[in-house]
Design a protein around this ligand. Structure first.
Ligand SMILES: NC(=O)c1ccc[n+]([C@@H]2O[C@H](COP(=O)([O-])OP(=O)(O)OC[C@H]3O[C@@H](n4cnc5c(N)ncnc54)[C@H](OP(=O)(O)O)[C@@H]3O)[C@@H](O)[C@H]2O)c1
Length: 259
């Protein structure tokens, strides 16, 4: 792994932080990207190895995305983890348009732009992991823009998997279900941590990233759904009518149970 670089967006907490840790343990030099400078510094300081770096960037803004694009032009990155993403749990029509626009910017435009930059310079053996979600296939009415953004990422990842497999560049759409992170706390503005679901429905970041890296080693699947419970839930769209599916998801997708 000497001189192999992995760029991880959203590396200051949750799944991104765990990717940074497990990839550093595998010998990658990590380039950690997020908005909070102090947290980024702490992440880089605590990772095993000494060649890690960070970039402060707000991926909801064109300047932030441009800073990461420039970084990738200056340093060839063998592995891109397009992980930064978020949701807001409030009714679509009641929330400011600027909030919904920012979700689109961070979850879709930044992911697409960084994937494009990465794939144009990718070499045989390189890989791209885009963080989607089980909501790609199970749209939850409590999170319309988030569900739509993750469906975008899954579709984009599957198509890019096919576009690049011939040149030995692997693309994965990673679909976790509920994972123990700050995600729901942030999405509800601190009102709920969403961890009231039965334990069996919740994965740890360690489990999600271990499954992702084991799939990365095999380089076969275009979409990786983590956890057997989440894989079972994928039967729902097959056995339920579309309108019944949405009804069920509107119940289990409330802030305390959100996917
Ligand atoms: N947790 C779940 O249940 C779950 C399930 C399925 C999929 N996912 C997906 O997994 C990914 C990681 O989520 P998580 O659960 O680990 O959430 P998290 O703990 O809230 O972490 C989100 C990360 O994204 C960064 N980020 C957010 N907005 C950003 C922006 N505008 N510019 C740059 N960085 C930004 C945050 O860093 P800063 O605040 O420092 O910028 C943080 O490092 C997301 O794409 C999420 O949709 C999560």
């Amino acid at each position: 792994m000497k001189n192999q670089y992995a760029l991880v967006t959203g590396a200051t907490s949750g799944i991104g932080l765990e990717f940074a840790k497990q990839l550093a343990a595998r010998g990658y030099n990590i380039i950690a990207v997020a908005r909070r400078q102090q947290q980024l510094q702490a992440v880089v300081d605590e990772l095993p190895g000494s060649s890690h770096q960070y970039c402060v960037a707000d991926l909801g803004r064109a300047e932030g995305v441009e800073a990461v694009v420039k970084l990738m032009a200056a340093q060839h990155v063998q592995l891109l983890i397009n992980n930064a993403g978020y949701s807001v749990l409030e009714p679509f029509y009641q929330s400011d348009l600027s909030v919904q626009q920012d979700i689109l910017n961070v979850n879709c435009t930044a992911v697409m732009t960084l994937a494009h930059t990465f794939l144009r310079q990718a070499q045989t053996g390189d890989a791209l992991i885009n963080l989607a979600s089980v909501v790609s296939y199970l749209p939850t009415p409590a999170q319309p823009m988030y569900s739509a953004s993750k469906a975008f990422i899954s579709a984009l990842s599957e198509c890019l998997w096919d576009e690049h497999k011939g040149r030995g560049v692997y693309v994965m759409g990673l679909c976790p279900g509920v994972t123990k992170t700050a995600f729901i706390l942030r999405a509800t503005g601190g009102e709920s941590d969403g961890q009231t679901l039965p334990e069996m429905l919740i994965q740890t970041t360690e489990q999600v990233v271990q499954e992702a890296l084991s799939a990365l080693d095999k380089r076969k699947k275009s979409i990786v759904i983590t956890g057997w419970v989440n894989r079972m839930m994928m039967l729902m769209p097959r056995v339920l009518s579309r309108h019944r599916l949405i009804k069920v998801l509107s119940v289990i997708g409330n802030p305390d149970n959100a996917l």
